[in-house]
Design a protein around this ligand. Structure first.
Ligand SMILES: [Zn+2]
Length: 216
């Protein structure tokens, strides 16, 4: 399984090795050669190709705020598998993620001009929050992680690890239950989820199935 090799690469990366080669590799086929697709957070501290030791041409990398399996991520994964032949999906959330530090309701209220929400968001981010004071139906969700929020960029804790695990499992469940993503039979894809620790450079696998979160 390619995912296991990526974990070995990550072990080397966390010890200081440069596994990813930056130079142009020459002409390559459109299909990712390792048959892997990765969904990861957009956080600036993650270099996905580096931390997995992936070379150019080996995998699809899909990134968004949180590494959440959103409608657009599902769209990409369906195309990745059915048209471009990938068969291993790797999900990466990470410690100190910004998605632990707000809720959808708080951000929406702030954007809609609520002064108290804007003040809280300003304190959380260290940036003056300027809500435009208008409402919008889009994006319909920000997908902030479930559970009690913590200050931005807080060191890892048991609670924040649990919240990350919840969301990794929710993302795995969304993929595994999607009618257009086969998880059994000859054309099956595998899905594995991880938490990347930005303070150590290491990936840790999230057990599945398991709890997916409670309110508050
Ligand atoms: Zn993040």
């Amino acid at each position: 399984m390619e995912t296991d090799k990526l974990l070995e690469n990550n072990e080397r990366y966390s010890k200081g090795d440069a596994v990813h080669k930056p130079n142009y590799p020459g002409r390559q086929p459109i299909q990712p050669s390792k048959r892997v697709a990765v969904v990861a957070c957009m956080d600036a501290r993650l270099d996905v190709e580096d931390l997995l030791g992936l070379q150019t041409g080996e995998a699809h990398i899909i990134r968004n705020a949180g590494g959440v399996v959103t409608e657009d991520a599902i769209r990409c994964l369906i195309i990745s598998h059915h048209l471009l032949n990938t068969r291993e999906f790797v999900l990466i959330h990470h410690t100190r993620c910004g998605m632990l530090a707000f809720t959808d309701d708080l951000l929406k209220a702030g954007l809609e001009g609520d002064a108290a929400s804007g003040k809280l968001l300003g304190q959380a981010t260290g940036r003056k929050f300027a809500g435009p004071g208008k409402s919008s139906c889009s994006p319909s969700q920000f997908h902030a992680f479930r559970g009690a929020i913590e200050p931005l960029d807080s060191p890892r804790s048991e609670k924040s690890t649990e919240r990350l695990e919840w969301d990794v499992r929710r993302s795995m469940s969304i993929i595994q239950s999607h009618p257009w993503i086969p998880t059994q039979g000859e054309d099956a894809v595998t899905v594995r989820g991880f938490i990347y620790d930005v303070d150590t450079g290491k990936l840790e696998e999230v057990s599945y199935p398991g709890p997916m979160g409670s309110f508050g």
